[in-house]
Design a binder for this molecule. Sequence first.
Ligand code: G3I
Length: 454
Amino acid sequence: MAAATFAYADLTDPPGTTLKAAAERSGRYFGAAMGGDRLSDSGFLAIANREFDMMTAVNEMKPDATEPNQGQFDFRAGDAIYNWAVQHGMRVRGHTLAWHAQQPRFWGSLSGSSLRTAMINHINGVMAHYRGKLAAWDVVNEAFAENGSRRSSNLQSTGNDWIEVAFRTARAADPGVKLCYNDYNIENWTYAKTQGVYNMIRDFKARGVPIDCVGLQTHFTGGSSLPGNFEQTLSSFAALGVDVALTEADVTNASTSQYQGLTRACMNVPRCIGITTWGIRDSDSWRGNENPLLFDRNSSPKAAYSSVLNALNAATTMVPGSSTPPSTPGSASPSHSASASPSAPSSSPPVTGQPGCAAAFRMVNSWGGGFQGEVTVTNTGSAPLGGWTAQMTLASGQTLANIWNGINTGTSGTVGVRNASYNGSLAPNASTTFGFLVNASTNTAPGGVSCTGA
Ligand code: G3I
């Protein structure tokens, strides 16, 4: 049965006793990476299920895995990881759509516009398959060199705009998923590569190129350890208007001070939304015998595990929009009750045009014991919406286990879902989606799906 996790974050909750529970207190996630071979490793799966609420495929969603031959997509390995993760209450990060390594063999015989077209087709093909299902995509991976200029690669040779083309293609292919740029050695603020990536994100934001997040891989090796300015790096990226996440963390010999420091830095930056370790046990790591993870080869938590857990529980900042709205019965707090009915409340600010909201449910995936659903909320009125609240009624025996891109009230029967901090504003005709997991004895679709806007 999927572990129940809830969207409400509350720093006054008792300390979490697992990584995910401790992270969720402040609206964050704690993730891991897994290869397909771990799906038959019961030791790995037990820890994954207990401790983590986000999963990344180590290799199975990369370009060579998902499009081995031109136009022939293969999602079996990626789907196996995706299905296990969502069936156990986790969300999934997509890794990755375009980078210089692990490319389909046929990309090697292409160049110029034919390679550019192949990249665009790849992004469209893969994102169509996972549309509406993932928390984020690492759209582009490792495109910068250590000196802060672009890494030379066959993709870079197609023109300097290849990265923004990838992001624009990705936004059109799946408007609901967060689009990330992901790289290593960008943790030290004064490092040339960090500045190179920072300047690209700043330029994208200035020119309206769609980008939502930066993934800092956070591989701390002998030659690259936790920099004293890591928090400054995270907050500087966040100040550009993107989320940041630590996407592949591992530390030589699992230094407790470095693990504690990287976790504290993330907890101190509101838009640092989560941490992923690249594997779970030392035996899962790509780093041979460096023992860089939080669990040892016997599946026991190491000292670094405790330092991370404590740092998660000590968080004092929350991810924006993750907290429960204050309950203010009878107060004069802003109304969220403007609805599809013709008259807006008289206390509301003047509204030009008629408010309206429509909600539609889609069954994304189902299995014995539950399903993944998605609700599309559309502004059907002629005035912009500043927020919305959806309703749906779960059948008897069904329980909401997890939700993203929305904040729930209740977990059974009639459930309310209000917008997250970043998807409440909807222009006329614009829509957004929220997704959720339901534990169910029968996979009946929710009834009474509706919304009101304000
Ligand atoms: O599957 C083949 C197998 O059939 C063959 O016998 C074997 C022989 O070497 O190779 C196997 O493929 C290997 C694959 O991992 C699966 O184990 C590749 O050689 C190996 O290169 C590949 O390494 C992966 C690496 O990315 C490739 O760049 C690692 O597992 C994976 O952990 C690593 O992940 C990267 C992130 O994507 C990006 N950031 C850095 C991170 C660590 O390098």
